[in-house]
Design a protein around this ligand. Structure first.
Ligand SMILES: [Zn+2]
Length: 208
């Protein structure tokens, strides 16, 4: 019924009612202006079921999936970036939905701001160093990563399920694919349920 274009903001509005910070973070990412205040090792899944549709939105520090957050420059970095992007574009390599729910991925989006972090942040950091050399609190806020920059991946997987009543769990291969992630923070919103679930490595089942 909804096209993807209309569907996504519609769901995000629903999500914002349970987690306004997620919504605010989203807005930041889309501007590509400043560092993500993300924590390495912590990934967020926002899972929304509405009618026959299931949306899984994943926010991950670049460091968790790539091992770095700078713009890929060396051949090795480039190769890793290509591999990871390719992997993330295949929902079945990240999520396993129960067969009997008969879900089919109908939309996949993989975005990151890795490529955009370089120049702007270099200037930004330089200004900070110059103005606030002595200010340790300030440095701490901005520089908890050695690279002085953060890059985040934002993934969206939309599924259409013919038998969504059978969907009450999802298993994820995230910890197998990306072992440096320690925790997945899950915000779950279904027709019947609204909850926060924390998955610790190596647990892999989200159940409601
Ligand atoms: Zn980071």
């Amino acid at each position: 019924m909804f096209t993807n274009r209309f569907y996504s903001p519609f769901l995000l509005l629903g999500l914002s009612s349970i987690c306004t910070s997620v919504f605010a973070e989203q807005a930041h990412q889309h501007e590509f202006i400043q560092h993500e205040a993300h924590v390495h090792g912590l990934v967020t899944f926002n899972i929304v079921q509405d009618g026959n549709e299931l949306l899984v939105e994943i926010n991950s520090p670049g460091n968790d999936v790539l091992g770095f957050e700078h713009q890929p420059k060396s051949d090795e970095d480039q190769k890793r970036y290509q591999q990871v992007t390719h992997l993330l574009k295949q929902p079945e390599s990240i999520l396993h939905l129960p067969e009997n729910a008969q879900c089919k991925a109908e939309y996949v989006s993989v975005k990151d701001n890795i490529a955009q972090t370089k120049e702007a942040h270099h200037d930004h950091d330089h200004d900070h160093d110059h103005d606030h050399d002595h200010d340790h609190d300030h440095d701490h806020d901005h520089d908890h990563d050695h690279d002085h920059q953060h890059g985040t991946f934002t993934l969206e997987y939309h599924f259409q399920c013919n038998n969504i009543q059978q969907l009450s769990s999802i298993s994820t291969q995230w910890f197998t694919q990306f072992p440096s992630t320690q925790t997945i923070d899950i915000n779950l919103l279904t027709d019947a349920n609204q909850q926060h679930i924390e998955l610790k490595n190596p647990s892999n089942t989200i159940q409601w």
